[in-house]
Design a binder for this molecule. Structure first.
Ligand SMILES: [Zn+2]
Length: 446
């Protein structure tokens, strides 16, 4: 049992299918510009019973590579056994029952997989530990990304751990203070660019072509390798079953791509018996993938993907008009029979408050999931007795400005439209002394 699976980079375009060595620092296929997948040329040399036992046993180990919720699944990661990993003990995130959310969506139960419980407060960490480890393998001197904030915070932290210089491009004035603060504190050089996320992404992709930087946006297939382990962890938490529906927010679409790949690998190995339906929810003002999907369903031969030149939503983490990973996300949704839908700014804000009322905090983008599940349930696309898991991508404290404004009825969307505080919980000013205070407390205790 000494053989290890070998991996390669593989162009996903059916007409091309070119293969490349793992050590080639490429992000798309040099021949056809298609996206790259990392695939194994032969499966791990363990039976499924052994794999499950091995992965579970590592959760009680004290070794860094066992404690990490990403690296404890290393039999399915494209690295040598003795690779020097860059880890912050990411992954192993909670799966919560959310009863108020379930009632809100009119379904029997709903579980929330909270990726905001990662070290830098977002799902990005599971991918970043792998991408920055690969940067170290390649001997990169400078890692870089374009970011709406969460990638910046995550890359800055992992680059600091790896002692590799780090540059981050963000759209000026469009990143939450909390996310920017993280990147600054971890010592990354933050470069503010006029324009939006998509223009930052275009710039940095062109600059990555001459090899000066190692690019770690989700177009980098190693990021997806890390994020796919969330599917393994979720299946394990559910006793090696999958939910009927898995619902994720849609921005740059790395999440849906990674979940699709993770579950596909488990299915190929026989570790799960079926695939969950993977659905993606976008904010209505930043929904190029939803537009494409609905066009494809109606006219598959004529559908073309059109970028949204002016994406707008208060859910800044998914304010993206030109998502680079869309072909992989499409594969994940289409192959599993999922949906792509949009929700309004009001629906996102309300769903976020409902998630909060379950004692679970998230950033606005994450709340698209619960808003989307409510819609799918009303439309009969999700039955009340089906099992549903929503993926929350970022922590509540990533964007407190939004939360305070919602609860004090002063939240206004990008179009100047006021968001109504339907589930608002404003603070109460006590100016009437001890009597008023006792009154208020007595009412609360009833
Ligand atoms: Zn190709």
């Amino acid at each position: 049992m000494t053989t290890t699976p070998s991996f390669e980079q593989h162009c996903i375009e059916p007409a091309c299918r070119s293969r490349y060595d793992l050590t080639e620092p490429i992000y798309v296929c040099p021949r056809c510009a298609g996206l790259l997948d990392i695939t194994w040329t032969h499966a791990p040399p363990h039976d499924n019973y052994t794999l499950r036992a091995l992965w579970r046993a590592r959760t009680t180990s004290q070794a860094a590579r066992d404690r990490s919720g990403v690296w404890r699944f290393r039999e399915l990661l494209p690295f040598a056994r003795d690779v020097s990993i860059v880890s912050l003990n990411e992954g192993n995130t909670p799966l919560y029952d959310a009863t108020r959310c379930a009632a809100y969506c009119q379904i029997d139960s709903l579980q929330l997989k909270h990726q905001g419980a990662n070290p830098t407060g977002s799902f990005k960490d599971t991918g970043m530990t792998v991408a920055v480890t690969q940067a170290r393998v390649l001997g990169a001197r400078l890692v870089a990304c374009a970011s709406t904030g969460n990638t910046a915070a995550s890359l800055a932290a992992y680059a600091a751990r790896a002692n590799i210089a780090c540059a981050i491009m963000v759209p000026t004035g469009q990143v939450s203070h909390a996310k920017l603060a993280q990147a600054l504190d971890y010592g990354a050089k933050v470069l503010e660019i006029d324009g939006n996320f998509d223009s930052c992404m275009r710039e940095i992709r062109e600059l990555s072509e001459d090899g000066l930087i190692y690019l770690v946006n989700s177009i980098n297939p190693f990021r997806i390798e890390g994020q796919k382990t969330v599917a393994f962890e979720l299946a394990e938490q559910l006793g090696w079953n999958v939910p009927d529906h898995l619902v994720v927010p849609g921005g740059n679409l790395g999440n849906s791509s990674a979940f699709g790949k993770g579950f596909r690998e488990l299915f190929a190995l026989g570790l799960i018996k079926r695939m969950p339906r993977i659905s993606v929810v976008q904010a209505v003002g930043a929904a190029p993938f939803a537009s494409y999907f609905s066009e494809f369903i109606q006219r598959p031969d004529e559908a073309t993907f059109v970028d949204e030149p002016h994406p707008h939503t208060l859910a800044s983490a998914i304010k993206i008009g030109a998502p680079v990973s869309w072909p992989k996300a499409f594969r994940a949704v289409y192959e599993t029979g999922g949906q792509v839908l949009t929700v309004s700014e009001q629906e996102i804000a309300d769903a976020k408050a409902i998630i909060g009322s379950d004692g679970i905090g998230c950033e606005p983008a994450s709340a698209t999931t619960v808003a989307g599940i409510k819609k799918l349930s009303s439309a009969g696309e999700i039955r009340a007795d089906e099992t549903v898991v929503a993926v929350l991508t970022g922590h509540l404290l990533k964007d407190t400005d939004y939360v305070n404004k919602y609860h004090t009825n002063s939240l206004v969307d990008d179009d100047g439209q006021a968001i109504v505080d339907r589930y608002g919980n404003p603070p109460l000013r006590i100016s009437g002394g001890r009597d008023q205070l006792r009154d208020v407390l007595a009412r609360l205790a009833m």
